[in-house]
Design a protein around this ligand. Structure first.
Ligand SMILES: [Zn+2]
Length: 302
């Protein structure tokens, strides 16, 4: 039977206390019961005040949140849980300002940092998946244009290469990568990291994509050079995605700096790629947060 997503009332009832959130994290982290990270022993004493699991085998003190985005947080887990749920639940994401008000988080800096920690976890998850089969590919620009050269050589804009898997003429999965410049080497890197070794790639007629003609395992279908105006017709889904992600970033997040753009792109792709698995979204996102390298405010700022 298809599992249903929790309603707001059900969510509040289930995760209304710190204890309930900790219990849930414990089950996600150790689904078969406690396992010592050092000696694999299966039993531990729990230190209530320090929130540590003291291994009965080797004495190691394991923390439920060490090595996760929740480590050493001063924000209650109940607020983290709400935040993750709301970020996953809203189809187009949610602004940090709304979350700050809804969750009564005093400082905007705190909620902003939490948002990026969650996005970072989603980005790490996304990086593990590859697109396959029929793929539409294109590149685009974010941000206000600076005077001077237009199009692919334009200065001052963040450049992003995108790929969309489109079996049976419907979009399935998407991958996006910000690049320092749009060139064959950068496109090559997205192809190597995010595309399976076999497939058919459709692009416009720009010569930067010509290396795909000789890439082993890949078949390249491309428009004749100079027919850029035809591109939205021939590559409909990647163009739709480009419009959606730009609308999302402008509408919800009111534009973002190129420095943080990759994490917003990852958040967009994460939700898009799991849009048919809404009931599982929250636990999947929590799982990503449990297994991610955490990023500090200092790292975000510098
Ligand atoms: Zn142990």
């Amino acid at each position: 039977m298809q599992q249903k997503a929790l309603s707001l009332m059900q969510f509040q009832k289930k995760f209304g206390t710190e204890k309930a959130c900790q219990k849930h994290l414990f089950h996600l982290r150790w689904p078969e019961g406690f396992r010592c990270p050092r000696c694999q022993h299966g039993e531990a004493y729990f230190h209530c005040t320090r929130h540590l699991y003291h291994c009965k085998g080797c004495g190691y003190q394991a923390s439920l949140t060490a090595g996760t985005v929740f480590h050493k947080t001063r924000t209650p887990l109940t607020k983290w849980f709400w935040m993750i749920w709301l970020m996953g639940r809203q189809k187009s994401g949610i602004s940090m300002l709304s979350l700050q008000r809804m969750l009564e988080i005093k400082s905007y800096k705190t909620v902003w940092t939490m948002g990026h920690k969650i996005r970072q976890a989603l980005a790490e998850r996304e990086a593990n998946y590859k697109l396959a089969g029929l793929i539409e590919m294109d590149d685009t620009y974010f941000g206000a244009p600076k005077p001077g050269k237009r199009g692919r050589g334009a200065a001052g804009k963040a450049k992003v290469v995108m790929a969309v898997e489109t079996p049976a003429d419907k979009p399935r999965f998407a991958a996006m990568q910000m690049v320092p410049r749009v060139g064959s080497a950068e496109i090559h890197s997205l192809v190597g990291e995010r595309l399976a070794t076999e497939g058919v790639i459709k692009t416009d007629g720009w010569q930067g994509y010509s290396f795909l003609d000789t890439a082993p395992g890949l078949r390249h279908e491309w428009l004749v050079p100079g027919s850029g105006k035809e591109a939205p017709k021939v590559l409909p889904w990647v163009h739709t995605l480009i419009a959606n992600v730009k609308g999302n970033i402008l509408g919800i997040h009111h534009g973002v700096s190129p420095k943080h753009l990759p994490r917003y792109l990852a958040e967009f792709c994460y939700r898009f790629n799991r849009r048919f698995w809404e009931p599982q979204m929250f636990n999947r996102m929590l799982h990503a947060c449990l297994n991610a390298t955490t990023i500090t405010f200092l790292e975000l700022r510098t």
